[in-house]
Design a protein around this ligand. Structure first.
Ligand code: URA
Ligand code: SF4
Length: 216
């Protein structure tokens, strides 16, 4: 565990406005240094469904909002197809700053997968968001989000279509959502063209399944 993490910056409040404001000043790992800004989660505090991605991408880093770039467009399309409206959903990421390979001028910066240390350093924000929102159902989009909450050895492909729980000894206190894992929208975009329809369909099916777990 690194000596400084987001835990040093997370306030006691579980008000989303307070958390968002405090996260702007986070220096819990080195990723703040090259990114434009913190991209905190977004959505209503009473959301019953929470989606967790990996980290902001190039567009999100500039806009300051999660899932507004190409992956976000695909996610929106999948949500529409699954008949899950996005406005009542809380959308966030495992890591709140964009990590990238510096690109040539005029070329879109290329995303780099965050390290385990960065994911663990940033996780206190995700725990705080879970406590602020107390969602009934959480969908983890892709391996980074899944490993952030379910452990580094978690294998996403082995557990799709299951209803999982957060590990009791490594989860924020007071929350026990149903957890579903699925593909990351970027994995659909980056995958081989001939597999894209199928992987998109599984993303849609998993989102639809997650929505069926909402009570009432
Ligand atoms: N990919 C993510 O995981 N999150 C975003 O917000 C955008 C792209
Ligand atoms: Fe803090 Fe997370 Fe940004 Fe690192 S990535 S500086 S832990 S908000």
């Amino acid at each position: 565990m690194p000596s400084v993490t987001a835990a040093d910056y997370v306030p006691p409040s579980r008000d989303l406005g307070d958390l968002t404001a405090a996260a702007r000043a986070c220096r819990g790992c080195d990723l703040f240094a090259d990114a434009t800004q913190t991209v905190f989660g977004q959505g209503p505090a009473d959301a019953r469904l929470m989606l967790v991605g990996e980290q902001p991408g190039d567009r999100e880093d500039v806009a300051g909002e999660p899932f507004v770039g190409p992956a976000g467009k695909l996610l929106d399309k999948a949500l529409r197809e699954a008949e899950v409206p996005r406005e009542p959903v809380y959308v966030t990421n495992a890591v709140k700053h964009f990590k990238f390979v510096p690109a040539e001028r005029g070329v879109r910066r290329i995303h780099k997968t965050p390290s385990r240390t960065e994911v663990v350093s940033c996780r206190p924000w995700l725990f705080a968001e879970l406590q602020a929102v107390t969602p009934e159902v959480v969908v983890l989009l892709g391996a980074t989000a899944a490993k952030a909450l379910l452990g580094n050895d978690f294998r996403l492909t082995a557990h799709r279509g299951e209803v999982l729980r957060l590990p009791p000894d490594d989860a924020p206190e007071g929350v026990d959502p149903s957890v579903v894992v699925t593909l990351h929208p970027s994995a659909v975009l980056r995958g081989p063209a001939d597999a894209r329809d199928e992987s998109f369909a599984s993303l849609v099916a998993d989102l639809r399944f997650a929505a069926t777990l909402l009570t009432g």
